[in-house]
Design a binder for this molecule. Sequence first.
Ligand code: FAD
Length: 502
Amino acid sequence: MNDPRIRRIVIVGGGTAGWMAAALLAKALGAGVAIRLVESAEIGTVGVGEATIPQIRHINRFLGIDEDDMLRAVHGTYKLGVQLNGFGRLGDSYLHAFGDLGLPLGLTPFHHYWLRSRSRADAPDLWAYSLNAAAAAENRFAPLESVPGSPIGGIRYAYHFDASRYAQYLREHIAPGAVQRIEGKVVDVRLRAGDGFIESLQLDNGEIVEGDFFIDCSGFRGLLIEGALNTGYENWQHWLPCDRALAVASAPGGPMRPYTQASARTAGWQWRIPLRHRVGNGHVYCSRFISDDEAAAQLLANLETEALGDPRPLRFVTGMRNQAWNRNCLALGLAAGFMEPLESTSIHLVQSGINRLLAMFPDRHCEQQLVDEYNRQTRFEYERVRDFLILHYKATERTDTPFWQQCGAMDIPPALAHRIELFRRTGMIFREADELFTESGWVQVLLGQRIEPDRHHPLADALTAEQLDGFLADIRTLVGRAKNTLPPHHEFVARAAGSLAA
Ligand code: FAD
C-alpha cells in the first residue's frame, strides 16, 4: 500500500441507511473519494420507519436541505414526542415529549422542584411544564426555536414521514456524479488472503466491484458483516421480546396529532403515525404469546380509519452485531442491529454511526485500535438506548396477560436496575457521556411508568413554599402563553405544503 488513503467506498444497500450514508459521505468527503452504491430492486427495502427523533434535523442542516421542500416530498408531518398508552397500567397514558421540562435553578434539575410540590393534591402534573407536551395536548405546532423574551426553551421537534420517500429524496439531493448507483444483486464477496479484508463484490451480472472500504447497509441479512465476515450477533430478545411486526396504512382522517402514538396490546404494542396523505399503523408483537392472525385482528380492530390494504409482515431479532465495524467493513442500519421501533431510534443510529465514522475516518489499514474505539462507542450508545426501551416493558404493573407478566418479572441489565433504584430512592437521574436520551426523557418515562421517587433533591428545599409556588406558576404561565401562539398542526402543515395562504 503506497498511498494508504481510502479512495473507493462501496455501499451495499439502497434503503434509508444506504442513501443516508451515501448523501452524508459524499458531502463530507468531497471528490477525493469515489462512492458507489449497489442496490437490488428485486430485493427491495424494508419499507417501514416513519417516526424520527429531533437529531434528524442536523442532517438537513448539514446537507443544506430545505425542510418544507423535503417534508412535501416525503408527505411529512411534525412530531413533538411519543404518547405511550397502557404500558404502566391499562388505561394509563403519558407523553414522552422532546425538549425541556421547566427550568433548572442553578444545578438542580427542574423535576426536583416539581417533586417537592406534588405532595399537594391540586399540584399540576409534570407535563404542565413542557411546551412540547402543552402543544401536543391541543394538536398545535410551529417550529418555535425559542420563546421570545422568555427563559423557557422552544419547541423541539422531529418528523413523521414516508421513509422510502426520504431515501429517494436524499438520493435526488446528492450532487450529480458524486455517487455512482449500481443496480445489481451481490452474489459473492471476495476476501483478501491473509488479513481477510473485503476486496471486491461480485454481482449477478458478473460485474466485479472493488473497494478500499465497504459499508454494509443490506438490511437484516447483513450480507457483508455477517454473510462474509461472520461477525456474530448479540441477541437481546430476553429483554426486548417482540420479534414480529405487521404494518398497514389507513386512510387519512381524524385529528393530525403532532406525536406518535404507541398503544400497548396484549402481547406488544401498536403504532399510529399521521402522515399528510395517510396514517401509518403497525403492530409490534411477540410471537411466543400471540399468533399472526390474532395480531392482525388486533391491529385492524384498532385502526381509526379504513385500512388501505392487507397488513405486511416483518420479522426481526432484537440485538446488535458483535462488532459494527469489522476489518474494512462497517455495518449501518438494520445490518448493524435492531432494537424495535418504540422510541423511533433506528434512523438516528444510522446517522450517529456515520458521524462516528467521519470522526474516526480510517486509512486502508483500518487500525485495530480505531476499530475497537468505534465499536466501544457504538456499544455504549446501543446499550443505553436498549436500557431505555427495556424500561417501558419492565416498569409495568400489568399482569393481565402472560406477555406483560413476563415483562414485569424479567431480569434487567445491572446498569438499568441501578438507574431505576437510584431514581426510586432519590429522584436523581444522570445522563452519562453523550448517551442519546436526556434526563428529561428518562424522568418522563420513569414517572409515566409509575416509578415514584421516595424524595427530592435537598437543594430544592432552598426555596420557601411561596417562592416555589411562584416559580412553578411562572413557568406554567410562560408555557401556556407560548403554546397559545402556535397554530393547529394541520394548519401549519397545510401552510408549509403551500396549500394554505400564510
Ligand atoms: P433495508 O431498508 O432493508 O435496505 C436494505 C437494502 O439492501 C435494500 O436496498 C436491498 O435492495 C439491499 N440489498 C440486500 N441484499 C442485497 C444484495 N444481495 N445485493 C444488492 N443489494 C442488496 N426506524 C426509525 O427510525 N423509526 C421508526 O419508526 C421505525 N419503525 C420501524 C418499524 C419496523 C417494524 C421495523 C422492522 C423497522 C423500523 N425502523 C424504524 C427501522 C427502519 O426501517 C430502518 O432502520 C431503516 O429503514 C434502515 O433500513 P436499512 O436501510 O438498514 O435496510
